[in-house]
Design a protein around this ligand. Structure first.
Ligand code: AMP
Ligand code: GLY
Length: 411
């Protein structure tokens, strides 16, 4: 079976690594892939949003199954285009992916189907947004309406910062959005709960936690994620059951009722507050770097599962009981201005995996930094401490002068 994976991050390297273990697979293609995926399959020089080129490639190559990584590809309509050509693809339609692509749409669905989330107001006018904020207490949570690679959320500690964020989004348009939402600040433990979803049928994946801030002790700006763990020691099974019953099920049933059924991975970014579990955001895809720590814990054949799942069959997932921890190595200057272009060396670690993200092999076959999040060092352990010490020990196998990472990723 020929499999195409769309995307170029650590998530896609992990998907390729896991799919490669399936006895069903004969060949893997990754579009466009990175300096790690080319070791597992063939990188194809097509970007994730180049839908027509992707469809043509899949038809010419006789691709049997396609998995979509990034939201940009979903929002470009890759699933709709593949399906209209009768090609088998795992992911939501463009319309269903709006649960991630438009924060306002997600909020409307949550309001309509009574899914607990922060209260909010949407604004297109900067003055109106500023007037609204004056009556509220800090911190202020301000979000650009559209996709911003995890960077379009500003938590402003005071009114000046909030005004600056409003101007940045609505006047300077730094995230290319003409709308923002301002929402109530929620306090609690955050966790990432991903589920395979096909209409109103769903199967939860192992829970994970992501470390979104750039620096130790959760300081600095939000990033795409600087580390991840699975499972969480802070969230109980009862809380997961609660989240599944009261958040995941009503959301997917709501989307079915809207005639906008979801297929693919629904990722709920949740927060356990004193008032119960609430939704921070939905994503319409596998999380990154969550995928990097969840899939190493999966014993089941992912390809077989996804094929059956797409056919509407019931599936069961089998997990190992290990703990898994991942540390992201980011380029200097990330997230604002990552410094790319310099070489790095990665020796294969004995007790972990290096999943590549922003890397490429140049014409001399040298590995070069090519993006903000460069790679993720992931290790398993039968205790949380072991998973952590393995990952940090293996970091020594990654040699570069232009990388930095958090030293406080832990369970
Ligand atoms: P998002 O892209 O919506 O997941 O937001 C990125 C990060 O901003 C989240 O992981 C939270 O840490 C933080 N955040 C977003 N919304 C809120 C909120 N309403 N209250 C507190 N923190 C938030
Ligand atoms: N780790 C956050 C995300 O995938 O959006």
């Amino acid at each position: 079976m020929k499999v195409l994976i769309i995307g170029k991050g650590g998530r896609e390297h992990t998907l390729a690594w896991k799919i490669k273990q399936s006895p069903l697979v004969t060949e893997i293609f990754i579009a466009p892939g990175n300096g790690g995926t080319c070791e597992l399959g063939t990188n194809i020089d097509i970007n994730d949003h180049e839908v027509t080129l992707l469809v043509n490639f899949a038809k010419q190559q006789g691709i049997d199954f396609t998995i979509v990584g990034p939201e940009s590809s979903l929002m470009a309509g890759v699933v709709d285009a593949f399906r209209s050509e009768g090609l088998n693809i795992f992911g939501p339609t463009k319309d269903a992916a709006r649960i991630e692509g438009s924060k306002k749409y997600a909020k409307e669905i949550m309001q309509k189907y009574k899914i607990p989330t922060a209260q909010y107001q949407a604004f297109t006018d900067a003055e109106a947004a500023k007037n609204y904020i004056v009556s509220k207490k800090p911190p202020y949570v301000i979000k650009a309406d559209n996709l911003a690679a995890g960077k379009g959320v500003i938590i402003a500690e005071n009114i000046e910062e909030a005004y600056r964020a409003i101007d940045d989004i609505l006047i300077k348009k730094i995230f290319n959005s003409h709308e923002l939402i301002i929402e109530e600040f929620l306090d609690g433990i955050e966790f990432s709960f991903m589920c395979l979803v096909n209409g109103s049928y769903s199967v939860p994946l192992a829970v994970a936690q992501d470390f979104k801030r750039l620096q130790n002790d959760n300081r600095g700006p939000n990033t795409g994620g600087m580390g991840a763990i699975s499972p969480s020691l802070q969230i109980s099974q009862a809380q997961l059951d609660d989240a599944y019953q009261n958040i995941i099920l009503p959301t997917i049933q709501g989307l079915v009722a809207e005639s906008n059924p979801f297929t693919g991975v629904l990722y709920a970014g949740l927060i356990a507050t004193k008032q119960g579990i609430k939704v921070i955001e939905f994503n319409a895809r596998f999380g990154d770097p969550e995928t990097e720590v969840v899939l190493p814990r999966l014993n089941s054949d992912l390809l077989a599962v996804l094929i059956d799942f797409n056919l509407g069959k019931k599936v069961a997932l089998n997990w190992n009981q290990n703990y898994c921890l991942g540390v992201v190595l980011a380029a200097k200057g990330y997230p604002q201005n990552p410094k790319t272009g310099s070489q790095l060396q990665i020796e294969t670690p004995k007790i972990g995996h290096v999943f590549h993200a922003g890397t490429l092999k140049n014409s001399n076959n040298e590995l070069v930094i090519n993006g903000g999040r460069v790679c993720v060092m992931v290790s398993l352990g039968n205790t949380p401490e072991l998973a952590r010490s393995n990952a940090y020990q293996c970091l020594k196998n990654i040699i570069s002068k232009d990388l930095h990472y958090r030293t406080d990723i832990r369970f």
